[in-house]
Design a protein around this ligand. Structure first.
Ligand SMILES: [Zn+2]
Length: 436
Protein backbone atom coordinates (compact mmCIF):
# COMPACT_ATOMS: atom_id res chain seq x y z
CA UNK A 1 0.00 0.00 0.00
CA UNK A 2 2.97 2.30 0.53
CA UNK A 3 3.58 2.52 -3.23
CA UNK A 4 -0.02 3.52 -3.74
CA UNK A 5 0.33 6.23 -1.08
CA UNK A 6 3.22 7.78 -2.95
CA UNK A 7 1.12 7.93 -6.13
CA UNK A 8 -1.79 9.51 -4.27
CA UNK A 9 0.50 12.09 -2.67
CA UNK A 10 1.87 13.04 -6.08
CA UNK A 11 -1.65 13.38 -7.46
CA UNK A 12 -2.67 15.94 -4.85
CA UNK A 13 0.67 17.71 -4.49
CA UNK A 14 -0.41 20.80 -6.42
CA UNK A 15 -3.57 21.07 -4.33
CA UNK A 16 -1.58 20.75 -1.12
CA UNK A 17 0.78 23.55 -2.13
CA UNK A 18 -2.17 25.67 -3.20
CA UNK A 19 -3.80 25.15 0.19
CA UNK A 20 -0.61 26.02 2.02
CA UNK A 21 -0.41 29.26 0.06
CA UNK A 22 -4.04 30.06 0.75
CA UNK A 23 -3.54 29.59 4.51
CA UNK A 24 -0.36 31.65 4.25
CA UNK A 25 -2.15 34.49 2.50
CA UNK A 26 -4.93 34.58 5.07
CA UNK A 27 -2.70 34.17 8.12
CA UNK A 28 -4.48 34.24 11.48
CA UNK A 29 -2.92 34.48 14.93
CA UNK A 30 -3.86 32.53 18.06
CA UNK A 31 -7.58 32.09 18.78
CA UNK A 32 -8.57 34.07 15.66
CA UNK A 33 -8.09 31.21 13.16
CA UNK A 34 -11.77 31.40 12.17
CA UNK A 35 -11.17 31.24 8.43
CA UNK A 36 -8.45 28.58 8.55
CA UNK A 37 -10.44 26.39 10.94
CA UNK A 38 -13.66 26.82 8.94
CA UNK A 39 -11.87 25.81 5.71
CA UNK A 40 -10.42 22.78 7.49
CA UNK A 41 -13.86 21.80 8.78
CA UNK A 42 -15.37 22.19 5.29
CA UNK A 43 -12.77 19.93 3.69
CA UNK A 44 -13.03 17.28 6.41
CA UNK A 45 -16.79 17.21 6.13
CA UNK A 46 -16.68 16.90 2.35
CA UNK A 47 -14.32 13.97 2.73
CA UNK A 48 -16.81 12.21 5.00
CA UNK A 49 -15.21 12.80 8.38
CA UNK A 50 -17.25 13.37 11.50
CA UNK A 51 -16.30 16.97 12.30
CA UNK A 52 -16.19 18.38 15.81
CA UNK A 53 -15.52 22.08 16.41
CA UNK A 54 -15.91 24.87 18.95
CA UNK A 55 -17.34 23.77 22.31
CA UNK A 56 -17.12 20.11 21.29
CA UNK A 57 -13.31 20.23 21.28
CA UNK A 58 -12.34 23.21 23.46
CA UNK A 59 -12.73 23.54 27.24
CA UNK A 60 -13.15 27.32 27.64
CA UNK A 61 -11.80 27.38 31.20
CA UNK A 62 -8.46 26.03 29.95
CA UNK A 63 -8.02 28.53 27.09
CA UNK A 64 -5.00 30.73 27.79
CA UNK A 65 -4.07 34.15 26.48
CA UNK A 66 -7.37 34.72 24.63
CA UNK A 67 -7.73 38.15 22.99
CA UNK A 68 -10.36 40.63 24.21
CA UNK A 69 -13.95 39.99 22.98
CA UNK A 70 -13.91 43.09 20.74
CA UNK A 71 -10.81 41.85 18.98
CA UNK A 72 -12.34 38.39 18.50
CA UNK A 73 -15.48 39.96 17.07
CA UNK A 74 -13.37 41.97 14.63
CA UNK A 75 -11.67 38.79 13.46
CA UNK A 76 -14.99 36.98 13.07
CA UNK A 77 -16.10 39.71 10.67
CA UNK A 78 -12.78 39.65 8.83
CA UNK A 79 -12.87 35.86 8.48
CA UNK A 80 -16.43 35.92 7.11
CA UNK A 81 -15.42 38.61 4.62
CA UNK A 82 -12.49 36.39 3.60
CA UNK A 83 -14.77 33.47 2.79
CA UNK A 84 -15.15 31.49 6.03
CA UNK A 85 -18.28 29.33 6.20
CA UNK A 86 -20.60 31.09 8.71
CA UNK A 87 -21.88 27.73 9.98
CA UNK A 88 -18.47 26.93 11.49
CA UNK A 89 -17.62 30.45 12.54
CA UNK A 90 -20.82 30.53 14.60
CA UNK A 91 -19.68 27.38 16.44
CA UNK A 92 -16.23 28.89 17.03
CA UNK A 93 -17.37 32.15 18.62
CA UNK A 94 -15.25 33.25 21.55
CA UNK A 95 -12.10 32.02 19.84
CA UNK A 96 -12.89 28.31 20.05
CA UNK A 97 -11.17 27.65 16.75
CA UNK A 98 -10.24 23.98 17.27
CA UNK A 99 -11.37 21.29 14.81
CA UNK A 100 -11.19 17.51 15.04
CA UNK A 101 -11.96 15.17 12.14
CA UNK A 102 -12.79 11.59 13.07
CA UNK A 103 -13.15 8.54 10.88
CA UNK A 104 -14.08 5.17 12.31
CA UNK A 105 -13.05 2.40 9.90
CA UNK A 106 -15.64 -0.02 11.28
CA UNK A 107 -13.16 -2.77 12.05
CA UNK A 108 -11.57 -3.27 15.46
CA UNK A 109 -8.18 -1.58 15.80
CA UNK A 110 -6.29 1.15 17.58
CA UNK A 111 -7.08 4.86 17.61
CA UNK A 112 -4.40 6.97 15.98
CA UNK A 113 -4.26 10.76 16.22
CA UNK A 114 -2.23 13.31 14.29
CA UNK A 115 -1.93 16.85 15.55
CA UNK A 116 -1.57 19.90 13.27
CA UNK A 117 -1.26 23.47 14.54
CA UNK A 118 -2.90 26.22 12.49
CA UNK A 119 -1.92 29.60 13.90
CA UNK A 120 0.34 32.31 12.53
CA UNK A 121 2.76 34.63 14.33
CA UNK A 122 2.39 38.24 15.40
CA UNK A 123 4.71 39.47 12.68
CA UNK A 124 4.61 41.78 9.69
CA UNK A 125 5.61 39.86 6.59
CA UNK A 126 8.50 41.04 4.45
CA UNK A 127 7.55 42.94 1.32
CA UNK A 128 10.66 42.22 -0.69
CA UNK A 129 11.19 40.62 -4.09
CA UNK A 130 13.54 38.02 -2.58
CA UNK A 131 10.70 36.82 -0.32
CA UNK A 132 8.83 34.23 -2.38
CA UNK A 133 5.39 34.66 -0.76
CA UNK A 134 5.58 38.35 -1.65
CA UNK A 135 6.99 37.74 -5.12
CA UNK A 136 4.42 35.06 -5.94
CA UNK A 137 1.54 36.95 -4.43
CA UNK A 138 0.62 34.84 -1.42
CA UNK A 139 2.08 37.02 1.34
CA UNK A 140 -0.26 37.68 4.23
CA UNK A 141 -3.05 40.15 3.54
CA UNK A 142 -3.77 40.27 7.27
CA UNK A 143 -1.36 42.91 8.59
CA UNK A 144 0.37 41.82 11.76
CA UNK A 145 -0.29 38.13 11.17
CA UNK A 146 2.25 36.02 9.30
CA UNK A 147 2.95 32.32 8.98
CA UNK A 148 6.57 32.48 10.09
CA UNK A 149 6.72 29.01 11.64
CA UNK A 150 5.29 26.76 8.92
CA UNK A 151 1.91 26.04 10.52
CA UNK A 152 0.30 26.91 7.16
CA UNK A 153 2.21 23.90 5.85
CA UNK A 154 1.13 21.72 8.78
CA UNK A 155 -2.52 22.53 8.14
CA UNK A 156 -2.19 21.72 4.43
CA UNK A 157 -0.39 18.47 5.27
CA UNK A 158 -3.25 17.51 7.61
CA UNK A 159 -5.87 17.98 4.90
CA UNK A 160 -3.84 15.98 2.38
CA UNK A 161 -3.45 13.10 4.85
CA UNK A 162 -7.20 13.30 5.49
CA UNK A 163 -7.88 12.88 1.77
CA UNK A 164 -5.47 10.01 1.28
CA UNK A 165 -6.86 8.05 4.21
CA UNK A 166 -10.40 8.30 2.85
CA UNK A 167 -9.16 6.78 -0.41
CA UNK A 168 -7.70 3.87 1.54
CA UNK A 169 -10.47 3.57 4.10
CA UNK A 170 -11.78 0.13 3.09
CA UNK A 171 -8.41 -1.34 3.94
CA UNK A 172 -8.05 0.35 7.33
CA UNK A 173 -9.15 -0.68 10.82
CA UNK A 174 -9.58 1.24 14.06
CA UNK A 175 -10.02 4.97 14.08
CA UNK A 176 -8.21 8.11 12.93
CA UNK A 177 -8.47 11.46 14.69
CA UNK A 178 -7.07 14.51 12.93
CA UNK A 179 -6.59 17.26 15.49
CA UNK A 180 -6.32 20.81 14.13
CA UNK A 181 -5.19 22.96 17.02
CA UNK A 182 -5.33 26.73 17.44
CA UNK A 183 -2.92 28.94 19.37
CA UNK A 184 0.30 26.94 19.51
CA UNK A 185 2.32 30.16 19.51
CA UNK A 186 2.69 31.24 23.12
CA UNK A 187 1.74 27.63 24.02
CA UNK A 188 -1.88 28.57 24.63
CA UNK A 189 -4.17 26.23 22.73
CA UNK A 190 -3.44 22.52 23.27
CA UNK A 191 -4.37 22.46 26.93
CA UNK A 192 -7.97 23.47 26.23
CA UNK A 193 -8.33 20.57 23.76
CA UNK A 194 -6.59 18.11 26.07
CA UNK A 195 -8.80 19.12 29.02
CA UNK A 196 -11.85 18.64 26.78
CA UNK A 197 -10.71 15.04 26.33
CA UNK A 198 -9.91 14.94 22.61
CA UNK A 199 -7.02 12.49 23.13
CA UNK A 200 -8.52 10.45 25.98
CA UNK A 201 -9.25 7.49 23.68
CA UNK A 202 -6.04 7.77 21.65
CA UNK A 203 -3.56 4.87 21.55
CA UNK A 204 -0.97 6.51 19.28
CA UNK A 205 -0.35 10.22 18.85
CA UNK A 206 2.03 11.81 16.37
CA UNK A 207 2.92 15.50 16.11
CA UNK A 208 4.96 16.95 13.26
CA UNK A 209 6.88 20.15 12.65
CA UNK A 210 8.70 21.42 9.59
CA UNK A 211 12.17 22.88 9.88
CA UNK A 212 13.75 23.91 13.17
CA UNK A 213 17.45 23.12 13.08
CA UNK A 214 16.87 20.59 10.29
CA UNK A 215 17.52 23.02 7.49
CA UNK A 216 17.76 20.61 4.60
CA UNK A 217 15.27 18.49 2.70
CA UNK A 218 15.89 14.80 3.39
CA UNK A 219 16.73 15.19 7.06
CA UNK A 220 14.31 13.88 9.66
CA UNK A 221 13.96 13.09 13.34
CA UNK A 222 11.29 10.55 14.24
CA UNK A 223 11.59 10.68 18.02
CA UNK A 224 12.22 14.25 19.09
CA UNK A 225 12.09 14.97 22.80
CA UNK A 226 13.45 16.94 25.70
CA UNK A 227 10.63 19.46 25.52
CA UNK A 228 10.55 21.56 28.68
CA UNK A 229 7.34 21.99 30.62
CA UNK A 230 6.56 25.66 30.97
CA UNK A 231 4.13 28.20 32.41
CA UNK A 232 3.81 31.79 31.22
CA UNK A 233 2.59 34.36 33.75
CA UNK A 234 1.56 38.01 33.60
CA UNK A 235 1.57 39.72 37.00
CA UNK A 236 0.08 43.12 37.77
CA UNK A 237 1.16 44.85 40.98
CA UNK A 238 -1.17 47.63 42.13
CA UNK A 239 -0.06 49.99 44.89
CA UNK A 240 -0.89 53.57 45.72
CA UNK A 241 0.66 56.73 44.23
CA UNK A 242 2.07 59.51 46.42
CA UNK A 243 4.39 62.52 46.29
CA UNK A 244 7.88 61.07 46.59
CA UNK A 245 9.14 64.14 48.50
CA UNK A 246 6.06 65.42 50.30
CA UNK A 247 4.32 62.25 51.52
CA UNK A 248 6.20 59.06 50.57
CA UNK A 249 4.86 57.24 53.64
CA UNK A 250 1.32 57.35 52.21
CA UNK A 251 2.35 55.57 49.04
CA UNK A 252 2.47 51.86 48.28
CA UNK A 253 5.30 51.18 45.86
CA UNK A 254 4.25 48.67 43.20
CA UNK A 255 7.59 48.77 41.40
CA UNK A 256 9.43 48.01 44.62
CA UNK A 257 7.16 45.01 45.27
CA UNK A 258 7.77 43.79 41.72
CA UNK A 259 11.53 44.24 42.10
CA UNK A 260 11.52 42.36 45.40
CA UNK A 261 9.66 39.55 43.64
CA UNK A 262 12.09 39.59 40.71
CA UNK A 263 15.24 39.23 42.80
CA UNK A 264 13.75 36.43 44.87
CA UNK A 265 12.35 34.54 41.88
CA UNK A 266 15.93 33.95 40.79
CA UNK A 267 16.68 32.62 44.29
CA UNK A 268 14.35 29.59 43.98
CA UNK A 269 16.27 26.45 44.89
CA UNK A 270 17.14 24.11 42.02
CA UNK A 271 15.27 20.80 41.82
CA UNK A 272 17.11 17.55 42.43
CA UNK A 273 15.17 15.67 39.72
CA UNK A 274 16.35 17.69 36.75
CA UNK A 275 16.88 21.06 35.06
CA UNK A 276 14.64 24.02 35.75
CA UNK A 277 14.49 27.59 34.46
CA UNK A 278 12.99 30.91 35.41
CA UNK A 279 13.02 34.15 33.49
CA UNK A 280 11.50 37.56 34.08
CA UNK A 281 11.46 38.95 30.57
CA UNK A 282 9.61 42.20 31.15
CA UNK A 283 9.27 44.50 34.14
CA UNK A 284 7.61 47.85 33.63
CA UNK A 285 6.27 50.32 36.14
CA UNK A 286 5.98 53.84 37.39
CA UNK A 287 4.91 57.10 35.80
CA UNK A 288 7.45 59.72 36.86
CA UNK A 289 10.62 60.38 38.81
CA UNK A 290 8.88 62.05 41.74
CA UNK A 291 5.86 59.75 42.03
CA UNK A 292 5.71 56.59 44.14
CA UNK A 293 4.92 53.97 41.44
CA UNK A 294 1.34 52.76 41.78
CA UNK A 295 1.51 50.10 39.09
CA UNK A 296 3.99 47.58 37.76
CA UNK A 297 3.65 44.74 35.25
CA UNK A 298 5.88 41.71 35.15
CA UNK A 299 5.97 38.99 32.47
CA UNK A 300 7.76 35.82 33.40
CA UNK A 301 8.04 32.14 32.60
CA UNK A 302 9.01 29.02 34.49
CA UNK A 303 10.31 25.83 32.86
CA UNK A 304 11.20 22.34 33.98
CA UNK A 305 12.46 19.11 32.44
CA UNK A 306 9.23 17.46 33.59
CA UNK A 307 5.78 18.75 34.41
CA UNK A 308 6.50 18.02 38.10
CA UNK A 309 9.63 20.17 38.10
CA UNK A 310 7.84 22.99 36.33
CA UNK A 311 4.98 22.76 38.80
CA UNK A 312 7.49 23.15 41.62
CA UNK A 313 8.96 26.26 39.95
CA UNK A 314 5.48 27.61 39.35
CA UNK A 315 4.31 27.09 42.94
CA UNK A 316 7.46 28.70 44.34
CA UNK A 317 7.10 31.65 41.96
CA UNK A 318 3.48 32.25 42.97
CA UNK A 319 4.37 32.13 46.68
CA UNK A 320 7.24 34.61 46.21
CA UNK A 321 5.18 37.01 44.10
CA UNK A 322 2.34 37.04 46.62
CA UNK A 323 4.75 37.44 49.56
CA UNK A 324 6.50 40.36 47.82
CA UNK A 325 3.14 42.03 47.35
CA UNK A 326 2.28 41.53 51.04
CA UNK A 327 5.67 42.84 52.11
CA UNK A 328 5.04 46.18 50.42
CA UNK A 329 1.26 46.38 50.94
CA UNK A 330 0.68 46.03 47.21
CA UNK A 331 -2.11 44.05 45.52
CA UNK A 332 -1.09 41.29 43.13
CA UNK A 333 -3.04 39.87 40.18
CA UNK A 334 -1.62 36.83 38.41
CA UNK A 335 -2.80 35.61 34.99
CA UNK A 336 -1.64 32.38 33.38
CA UNK A 337 -1.18 33.17 29.71
CA UNK A 338 0.38 29.98 28.40
CA UNK A 339 1.74 26.58 29.28
CA UNK A 340 3.10 23.27 28.04
CA UNK A 341 3.92 19.92 29.55
CA UNK A 342 7.29 18.19 29.47
CA UNK A 343 7.48 15.25 27.09
CA UNK A 344 9.62 12.80 25.20
CA UNK A 345 8.73 10.56 22.29
CA UNK A 346 8.25 6.88 23.02
CA UNK A 347 11.33 5.29 21.39
CA UNK A 348 9.31 2.29 20.14
CA UNK A 349 6.92 4.52 18.24
CA UNK A 350 9.79 6.66 16.95
CA UNK A 351 11.44 3.50 15.66
CA UNK A 352 8.25 2.36 13.97
CA UNK A 353 7.88 5.70 12.19
CA UNK A 354 11.51 5.50 11.11
CA UNK A 355 10.97 2.03 9.62
CA UNK A 356 8.02 3.33 7.61
CA UNK A 357 10.11 6.27 6.37
CA UNK A 358 12.97 3.96 5.40
CA UNK A 359 10.72 1.55 3.54
CA UNK A 360 9.16 4.44 1.65
CA UNK A 361 12.59 5.93 0.91
CA UNK A 362 11.45 9.42 1.77
CA UNK A 363 14.50 10.70 3.65
CA UNK A 364 18.27 10.37 3.56
CA UNK A 365 19.42 11.33 7.02
CA UNK A 366 17.88 10.22 10.32
CA UNK A 367 18.90 12.45 13.19
CA UNK A 368 18.16 11.87 16.85
CA UNK A 369 16.79 14.99 18.58
CA UNK A 370 16.36 14.01 22.18
CA UNK A 371 17.28 17.35 23.76
CA UNK A 372 15.31 20.05 22.01
CA UNK A 373 15.09 22.21 25.14
CA UNK A 374 12.29 24.44 23.85
CA UNK A 375 8.60 24.15 24.55
CA UNK A 376 5.71 23.04 22.33
CA UNK A 377 2.22 22.50 23.64
CA UNK A 378 1.69 19.28 21.68
CA UNK A 379 3.27 17.93 24.87
CA UNK A 380 -0.10 18.21 26.65
CA UNK A 381 -1.45 15.67 24.17
CA UNK A 382 1.69 13.53 24.32
CA UNK A 383 1.73 13.44 28.12
CA UNK A 384 -1.97 12.64 28.35
CA UNK A 385 -1.74 9.77 25.85
CA UNK A 386 1.33 8.37 27.62
CA UNK A 387 -0.31 8.63 31.04
CA UNK A 388 -3.19 6.54 29.74
CA UNK A 389 -0.85 3.83 28.48
CA UNK A 390 -0.60 4.95 24.86
CA UNK A 391 2.43 6.07 22.87
CA UNK A 392 3.37 9.42 21.38
CA UNK A 393 6.07 10.70 19.06
CA UNK A 394 7.16 14.01 17.61
CA UNK A 395 8.57 14.17 14.11
CA UNK A 396 10.67 16.99 12.66
CA UNK A 397 10.85 17.10 8.87
CA UNK A 398 13.82 18.95 7.45
CA UNK A 399 13.51 21.69 4.87
CA UNK A 400 15.61 24.55 3.59
CA UNK A 401 14.54 27.75 5.33
CA UNK A 402 14.73 31.22 3.81
CA UNK A 403 15.16 32.61 7.34
CA UNK A 404 14.80 31.32 10.89
CA UNK A 405 11.48 30.54 12.52
CA UNK A 406 9.46 33.64 13.51
CA UNK A 407 11.57 35.80 11.16
CA UNK A 408 9.51 38.04 8.83
CA UNK A 409 11.40 36.51 5.88
CA UNK A 410 10.58 32.92 6.88
CA UNK A 411 9.71 30.50 4.09
CA UNK A 412 10.33 26.79 3.50
CA UNK A 413 10.86 24.36 0.63
CA UNK A 414 7.38 23.16 -0.34
CA UNK A 415 8.73 19.72 -1.30
CA UNK A 416 8.73 19.05 2.44
CA UNK A 417 4.91 19.05 2.33
CA UNK A 418 4.58 15.94 0.18
CA UNK A 419 7.30 14.13 2.11
CA UNK A 420 5.35 14.79 5.30
CA UNK A 421 2.03 13.76 3.78
CA UNK A 422 3.54 10.50 2.51
CA UNK A 423 5.17 9.75 5.83
CA UNK A 424 2.07 10.37 7.97
CA UNK A 425 -0.14 8.44 5.55
CA UNK A 426 2.37 5.58 5.66
CA UNK A 427 2.41 5.67 9.44
CA UNK A 428 -1.39 5.59 9.51
CA UNK A 429 -1.50 2.57 7.22
CA UNK A 430 1.21 0.84 9.29
CA UNK A 431 -0.58 1.39 12.57
CA UNK A 432 -4.12 0.90 11.33
CA UNK A 433 -3.52 -2.29 9.31
CA UNK A 434 -0.22 -3.73 10.40
CA UNK A 435 0.26 -4.25 6.66
CA UNK A 436 3.54 -3.29 5.03
ZN1 LIG B 1 5.84 26.25 15.18
Amino acid sequence: MEGKIKDLVKKIEAKTIERRRDFHKYAEVAWTEFRTAAKVADVLQELGYEVLAGDDVIAPEAMMGVPEPEKLERHVKRALAQGANPKWVEKMKGGKTGVVGIMDFQKPGPTLAFRFDMDANDAIEAEEEEHRPYRENFASVNKGAMHACGHDGHTAIGLAVAEILTTLKDQLAGKIKLIFQPAEEGVRGAKAMMVKGVVDDVDYLVGLHLGFAFNELGKISCDAGGFLATTKLDVTFTGHPAHAGGAPETGRNALLAASTALVNLYAISRHSQGPSRINVGILEGGTGRNVIPARAVMKLETRGATSTINEYMYNEAIRIIKAAGDMHGVKVKIAETGGAAGANSNPELGERIKLVAQRMELFEEYIPAKNLGGSEDVTYFMERVQQKGGMAAYVIVGTELAAGHHDFRFDFNEEALSKSVALLSGVAVDILTGEK
